[in-house]
Every structure is written in structure tokens, then in C-alpha cells.
Ligand binder design. Structure first.
Ligand code: ZN
Length: 192
């Protein structure tokens, strides 16, 4: 078991040093949630030769026989084929709709709307649920968009993992180590 020296107060706690995990093609294993491993898992994988170290923190861990800088970016040796379709979760649904009300475009007070209301047999599926702000949800009530004279920005449908990841890139992660940026936002940076 590894133990870190905690002599310097100014250094970041180890818990604040997760490794960004890339697939073997150097794209993040996942954007949402961002694929991060804690330092213990990251180091164990390095020793098992399951990952290659791509970048490191300044922070190191030591034991009497061992000294190692913590990996900040690692890449799997074996490619993991991503799921074609993401899980149907509240977060993924918001991400599909880019955190925007599908009726008015607001980003405030987001809720979920059953496009075909449940009382008409509308189901809770990718194809029948969309992000809607609370005021639009209230205004629509238990009616269809046609009945309520409210137009949808996009017809709800099941997104691919690729589409969700593309949407995810538009929402920068709050905690992002400088060594991660090349792997997360290169396309965004180039556009600026
Ligand atoms: Zn709205």
C-alpha cells in the first residue's frame, strides 16, 4: 500500500489529483461523467501495465522503496468500444437538449416534459420526454404540443453516444487540470 508524504502544506490533497482516463485512441473514455480515476487506481493500473502515462502532476507519492509522480492523464492500452447509445438518464436527457427548454430556449428552471402527456399514454422514453422550463411545462399542462400551440425546437429522439459527447464538449468541466485540456477541448480551442 502506498502512503503519501504530507509534509508540504501548499501541495494539493491527493484526492484532488485524479487521472483523466483516455481510451487507447487518446479520446476521453467518457465525457459525462468525465472518466476520472482516483490516484490509487491510476497508479495500480500503471503498475499492472494496463495504461500508459500521458501526463503527470507535480505532486508525487513516496514510500521507502518508491517515488512516483501522480499521473494526470493516462491512456488504456486496450481499446474499449464505447456503447453506441447512452443510458436514458435525467442528465443525459438534459445534455441531449443542451440544457435548454425545447419550447422557448430558456436555460432556467429546467424540468422534464412528456410531449405526449402520460394521461394520453405518453411514455417516459427518449422519444417522448424533453427538457422544458417550469413556466412552459405549466403552460402546456396535460396537453400535446399541438393542443397547446407550442412548437418543439427538436423532435425528441434517442441520441447516439457520439452526439451526446459532442454536446458535452460545449459544457466545460469545472475542475480541469491543465494537462487535460488537450484531450478535452482541442476542437473548442481551435475555433477561438
Ligand atoms: Zn420554456
Amino acid at each position: 500500500m502506498l502512503h503519501a508524504k504530507r509534509i508540504e502544506d501548499r501541495v494539493e490533497p491527493l484526492e484532488a489529483c485524479p487521472a483523466l482516463v483516455l481510451n487507447a485512441d487518446y479520446t476521453p473514455l467518457s465525457y459525462y461523467p468525465l472518466s476520472l480515476w482516483n490516484w490509487q487506481t491510476a497508479i495500480k493500473s500503471v503498475f499492472l501495465d494496463r495504461v500508459a502515462v500521458v501526463a503527470e502532476y507535480d505532486r508525487a507519492v513516496s514510500s521507502p522503496s518508491f517515488h512516483m509522480r501522480l499521473p494526470s492523464v493516462i491512456a488504456l492500452r486496450d481499446y474499449v468500444k464505447p456503447a453506441t447509445h447512452p443510458a436514458f438518464t435525467r442528465f443525459n436527457l438534459f445534455l441531449r437538449d443542451r440544457f435548454m427548454c425545447q419550447y422557448c430556449g430558456s436555460r432556467e428552471d429546467l424540468t422534464f416534459d412528456h410531449v405526449v402527456p402520460r394521461r394520453y399514454g405518453g411514455r417516459t422514453t427518449w422519444e417522448n420526454v424533453c427538457a422544458a422550463c417550469a413556466p412552459c411545462n405549466l403552460a402546456k399542462g396535460g396537453r400535446t404540443p399541438a393542443e397547446a400551440h407550442m412548437a418543439l425546437a427538436n423532435e425528441p429522439r434517442r441520441p447516439t453516444t457520439h452526439e451526446l459527447q459532442a454536446n458535452g464538449r460545449a459544457f466545460p468541466h469545472r475542475h480541469c487540470h491543465e494537462t487535460w485540456r488537450d484531450f478535452l477541448y482541442w476542437d473548442v480551442t481551435l475555433e477561438r
